[in-house]
Design a protein around this ligand. Structure first.
Ligand code: ZN
Length: 130
């Protein structure tokens, strides 16, 4: 189950960053996911909720932006949108695509930390002098 491993890896990276920032919670995670990455957004949302339950990320909102796939052809220099299912045949010379410049990304583009609760008033230091 591909989405589960993606969800785990995203949750893990965000959790590490949260600890590094001293964040107490995560409000939102934004991802760029390429059309060709083979990730089904609905499944990913489901898995993300599962892996986040009971962690620092509990309740975090996951926003996914689909990045359209693009292919390019070296012989004729053409670049085209692959669409879904992907069309990897060059519309110019009918060669097979030689590169996929976009569409396979899985990138965390934004993490918004939850606002920490208002700090409790600091206790006034009390020193006993004898
Ligand atoms: Zn071509």
């Amino acid at each position: 189950m591909h989405e589960m491993s993606v969800a785990l890896s995203v949750a893990d990276q965000v959790e590490q960053a949260a600890r590094a920032h001293g964040a107490t919670g995560v409000e939102r995670v934004r991802l760029d996911i390429g059309e060709l990455a083979g990730v089904v957004p609905d499944s990913l949302h489901f898995c993300f909720e599962l892996v986040c339950a009971g962690t620092l990320l509990d309740g975090a909102e996951l926003l996914v932006r689909a990045v359209p796939g693009r292919a390019s052809c070296t012989p004729c220099g053409r670049e085209w949108a692959t669409g879904m299912p992907p069309d990897l045949t060059c519309p110019g010379c009918r060669s097979a695509a030689t590169a996929l410049p976009a569409g396979r990304e899985l990138t965390i583009t934004e993490v918004r930390w939850a606002r920490p609760p208002a700090p409790a008033p600091a206790p006034i230091p009390h020193r006993e002098e004898n």
